[in-house]
Ligand binder design. Structure first.
Ligand code: NAG
Ligand code: NAG
Ligand code: NAG
Ligand code: NAG
Ligand code: NAG
Ligand code: NAG
Ligand code: NAG
Length: 266
């Protein structure tokens, strides 16, 4: 009944000079939280059968976020020849607990005595160290989109933006599919966990399923904007007269509530 379409775009930049030799780049493979204050960045060199570069530089910058706190670690720079590609990870310990880290990995693979190179700038990922107890390493929290206040003729779509998330929100939108009307923006509120953005849909038919396109656009530091799309299906309740007729079946009108609870858990 609902689906989340995640537009996960890669915004790193690859530049290269005209080459005859085979050159390709090392890849960021994973970033793993170790405990509440440390994480490990892992990368992999390309197989020598496809990478004849003999001077590879890797540069890693780690941006730290904890609510309004900001710090930068690095750049951590490495130089490799074709024969000493021995280091494939960086473990960094921090002073903050359960903080967010935006890890940016860049490399430049060159063929000595030529002008050939393949450079990858800023392959960046957002990660989070574990909870203080280290019982959970849940990763970054995510925006939730839920439906509430469902009546026979209206409902509200609410974006819950986690206040600890270091992304900068750029745009929110909620619109009935097939170019239907957009929701009316209601007052934005905030509690200890979320910035709460409601969009009201009115003039709807009773007992009807509506699909709503929702989108959240955000960026971080100077990265290109990313958009998360999701489609929510909300079913309006029975009109008052109908409700009297088949009151005992009204349990089914809880369906959208169940769907939105499920979304909150996600
Ligand atoms: C913390 O939790 C992670 C993931 O569950 C685990 O891999 C790691 O060994 C734990 N570290 C400590 C110090 O307990
Ligand atoms: C987390 O792991 C790092 C790296 O192994 C270590 O230096 C640090 O003491 C650990 N911190 C905690 C709180 O376990
Ligand atoms: C590198 O590629 C060659 C040829 O495709 C293959 O035989 C070899 O197993 C690869 N080595 C690694 C480490 O993947
Ligand atoms: C590390 O590499 C980056 C990117 O190549 C460069 O801008 C910076 O000056 C280097 N820093 C050091 C200390 O070598
Ligand atoms: C690999 O060799 C190059 C050139 O000799 C040297 O500059 C670099 O420090 C070495 N890197 C490692 C990780 O040993
Ligand atoms: C990569 O290295 C080559 C050779 O040193 C240099 O000409 C080129 O400007 C570098 N590219 C980037 C993006 O750093
Ligand atoms: C904040 O509001 C959301 C949406 O109403 C709710 O789910 C959440 O439990 C609230 N959190 C706190 C800490 O009040």
């Amino acid at each position: 009944m609902w689906k989340i379409l995640l537009l996960l775009c890669s915004f790193f930049f690859v530049s290269h000079a005209q080459s005859s030799a085979l050159i390709t780049e090392p890849r960021l493979t994973s970033i793993n939280p170790l405990n509440s204050t440390a994480l490990t960045v892992n990368w992999q060199f390309a197989n020598a059968s496809v990478d004849q570069s003999d001077l590879i530089t890797i540069s890693i910058v780690i941006y730290e976020f904890y609510f309004t706190h900001r710090a930068t670690y690095g750049p951590f720079n490495y130089t490799f020849s074709s024969s000493n590609k021995s280091i494939t990870s960086l473990t960094q310990n921090f002073e903050w607990v359960n903080a967010y880290y935006y890890v940016c990995f860049s490399s430049n693979s060159t063929k000595l005595n030529t002008t050939q190179f393949v450079a990858v700038t800023n392959d960046c990922r957002l990660v989070r160290t574990c909870a203080r107890s280290n019982r959970s390493c849940a990763g970054p929290s995510s925006t939730q989109v839920i439906s509430t206040n469902i009546t026979a003729s209206s409902f509200t779509i609410v974006f819950l933006w986690p206040i600890d998330l270091p992304y900068t929100p750029l745009n929110f939108a909620a619109q009935l599919i097939n170019n239907g009307p957009s929701g009316t923006t209601l007052t934005v509120t905030q509690n200890d966990s979320f910035i709460i953005r409601p969009y009201l849909f009115t003039n709807l038919q009773a007992r009807t399923s509506y699909s709503v396109n929702t989108s959240v656009t955000f960026n971080i530091l100077n990265s290109a904007a990313q958009t998360n799309l999701s489609i929510l299906t909300v079913t309006t309740s029975r009109a008052a007269t109908q409700r009297r007729i088949d009151r005992w079946t009204s349990i089914f009108s809880f369906y959208p509530v169940i769907a939105s609870l499920f979304l909150q858990i996600k």
